[in-house]
Design a binder for this molecule. Structure first.
Ligand code: NAD
Length: 287
């Protein structure tokens, strides 16, 4: 696998595609935002714009790193008619697992293999090439994609059939966001009781309540009030919404996930589309 099409050059896609370029893969890229696409082409000599049947037909694999299943289906509807049978499509976005399964079925009719390979670790780990990648779907296609995935991640696990990667990613983000909300509430209540916010975080970090937010987000983005982790609140709300719907669809209630989703959606509509997910901290502050 050498010639890759990469669609979606946002906060995550840009550093991930950069890693592929550094590793020597030939890239054809596309982003709906023309300035974003032009900036990437300018910074990466030898990379071409993924337009036209010829450029697409030469690709061994297409990687998508897009906001959601709607965007993935829209982008692929324009590319897949030009792909050769046997091409592997790797959806690394955090998409809806049930829609991923359906899409994999539709693409299989054209002998195109879709695997889902969403990531965890955020912008910093994307830049370092140390993302955790959870792969669902055809194991042989995963094996063929190994070198490509290894250029972007350091902890790559095949987790199950088509959609399983996307299901696990949504579940992970639910657990992560629940931890963030719990941390924000604990800091605010501790402060109201007279305990300094940094003390709350540091003591939790030395105790059993520590989690990814207390270790990697509380000082860095919340107490510092920079709120610039690079992961939007809107995308976080989308992810927990996927998880909250997945449980009941399988007969498994998810009471807490639904509450977390309501809080995230409400905060997202109040704080606007550009809010970072760490701004849940200020959303939960008393006026
Ligand atoms: P982003 O909004 O920064 O980037 C998305 C990019 O996709 C934008 O550049 C946009 O112009 C482009 N785009 C949208 N629709 C398109 C279409 N139909 N065709 C072509 N381009 C299109 O989002 P992001 O933060 O990079 O996240 C991408 C995915 O990765 C999401 O599914 C998100 O949930 C997931 N994710 C994000 C993070 C993070 O820390 N930001 C971490 C892990 C996973």
């Amino acid at each position: 696998m050498q010639h890759i099409g990469f669609i979606g050059l946002g906060m995550m896609g840009r550093p991930m595609a950069h890693r592929l370029h550094q590793a020597g893969f030939g890239l054809a890229v596309h982003d709906a935002n023309p300035q974003t696409e032009a900036a990437f082409l300018n910074d990466h000599p030898g990379t071409v714009a993924a337009v036209g049947a010829e450029t697409c037909a030469e690709r061994d694999a297409i990687v998508t790193m897009l906001p959601n299943s709607d965007a993935v289906e829209e982008a692929l509807s324009r590319v897949t008619p030009h792909l050769q049978p046997g091409t592997v499509v790797i959806d690394m976005s955090s998409s809806d697992p049930n829609r991923t399964r359906q899409l994999a079925g539709r693409l299989a009719e054209r002998e195109i293999v879709l695997i889902d390979a969403p990531v965890s670790g955020g912008v910093k780990k994307a830049a370092a090439g140390t993302l955790a990648i959870m792969v669902g779907g055809n194991a042989a296609a995963h094996e063929r994609s190994r070198k490509l995935l290894e250029a972007m991640g350091s902890n790559i696990t095949h987790v199950g059939p088509s959609g399983a990667g996307h299901a696990l990613k949504a579940l992970n983000n639910y657990v992560s966001l629940a931890g963030l909300i719990a941390t924000a509430e604990a800091v605010h209540v501790g402060q109201a009781f007279g305990i300094a916010p940094a003390t709350v975080v540091d003591v939790i970090n030395a105790s059993t309540g520590r989690n990814n937010t207390t270790e990697n987000k509380a000082h860095q983005y919340m107490l510092s009030r920079t709120f610039d982790s690079g992961f939007s609140l809107a995308l976080a709300a989308k992810d927990v919404g996927i998880a909250a719907a997945l449980g009941p669809s399988l007969g498994q209630p998810m009471v807490l996930a639904q509450l977390v989703q309501q809080m995230a959606s409400d905060a997202s509509s109040r704080l606007g589309p550009n809010a970072d997910h760490t701004e849940l901290f200020r959303y939960l502050e008393k006026d």
